[in-house]
Ligand binder design. Sequence first.
Ligand code: URA
Length: 243
Amino acid sequence: MSEKRWQDVLFSQGFGTRRVCLGLIQQGLVTHNGEEVEDPDAWVETDDLFFTVQGERWPYHDHAYLMLHKPAGTECSQKASLYPSIYTLLPSPLRQRGGGAAAGVQAVGRLDQDTTGLLILSDDGKFIHRLTSPKHHVPKVYEVTTKHPLDASQIERLVAGVGLDDDPKPVAAHAAVQTGTHTLTLTLTQGKYHQVKRMLAAVSNRVEGLHRSQIGSLTLADLPEGAWRWLTPDEVKQVSAKT
Ligand code: URA
């Protein structure tokens, strides 16, 4: 059980500066259980709390854990230069949570501009660190379309290990399954820079299309491109479990 004052609830969930949060309550724009929140200093139980701000319903979360279906033509950096940032796909409270310089949720690892698929985002530094640590071997599944037809020897080499320029040791896929003349499902347990593209280049092929379909047991299911959703507590536990 934990409690917060209403103005702290709004501030922690990213609804603006303390002054803005106070203003939202004073203008009658915040409701709870169908009733207007009147006292910004009143305490409220935050477990399983839902409230509305300007008519939009929000859950309270100590930390935010989300999945996003990244569309092609978006960049994972905050200040995107050539393409729109993935962060523009999120509502502003998720980009402002916590306040300060490192406010908002951050992508856990990055996908290239032209890659689509599953991205996890969070504002929990420990969670992000755990998932991006080289010691964390949660499998990531990629659906790859290649420029040239695939052959059995390319698939074998991807699993046996290929040399990547800056890596002293060969890098191997956890699994590689050919699904068509130009398509394969590749499972990786590391997250090296442009890893899929470099591995396919190392076997004399080229990536034409790349989609991340799975991280651990998490899949996008029917989440449409460009959409996001909260992860459930079980999903958070599963994806961050030691492997
Ligand atoms: N490997 C790549 O080459 N690109 C991605 O976006 C993800 C993995």
